[in-house]
Write a protein that binds this ligand. Structure first.
Ligand code: FE
Length: 168
């Protein structure tokens, strides 16, 4: 009987150790499964704010992000290489995030999320571009694949964009 209780206790403790811990932050919750983080961004919150809070609190310096969900506001920005300036445009309507893809790197010691998004409108046409920010309306489901190293980007003044600097 004692042996059985001991084995049961060992079983419970192994099970608890294997069970992934639920992580929580500012408008997000997450679970790490193997080496991947599954991140849920709360309804009515900013994708950029939530994912930035996630990578800062989890100390993720490099990696890949993918996501789907729905938003009711999105600001996209278009880079003009001639003027080296961005033109921002905000869309306020309910849209499906048919895909978000991006990467995490470090610029001037701070985490930088470079995100692109494809949004599906109610008439089934799509909007796409570089994502400045968007507000979740519905679900926000993201997978983050961290890398065990830091990857640095440096602003290239001649082009006007941040480029990878693999010597850093
Ligand atoms: Fe971009």
């Amino acid at each position: 009987m004692k042996k059985f209780i001991l084995l049961a206790l060992i079983g419970i403790s192994i099970n608890n150790t294997m069970k992934a811990q639920v992580l929580k932050g500012s408008n997000w919750s997450a679970k790490k499964v193997d080496s991947t983080y599954i991140v849920s961004v709360q309804d009515k919150s900013s994708i950029l704010d939530a994912l930035t809070d996630f990578v800062v609190t989890q100390k993720i310096q490099a990696g890949q992000i993918t996501g789907i969900g729905a938003v009711n506001e999105a600001t996209l920005r278009f880079f003009n290489p001639e003027t080296k300036k961005y033109v921002d445009k905000t869309f306020q309507e309910q849209m499906e995030v048919s895909n978000l893809s991006g990467n995490i790197s470090e610029v001037e010691g701070k985490p930088m999320l470079h995100l692109h998004i494809t949004l599906g409108k109610s008439d089934y046409t799509a909007l796409a571009g570089h994502l400045l920010d968007a507000k979740i309306r519905g679900a926000g489901e993201f997978f983050i694949y961290p890398l065990d190293n830091h990857v640095v980007k440096v602003k290239n003044e001649a082009v006007g964009l941040n480029f990878y600097d693999f010597d850093k």
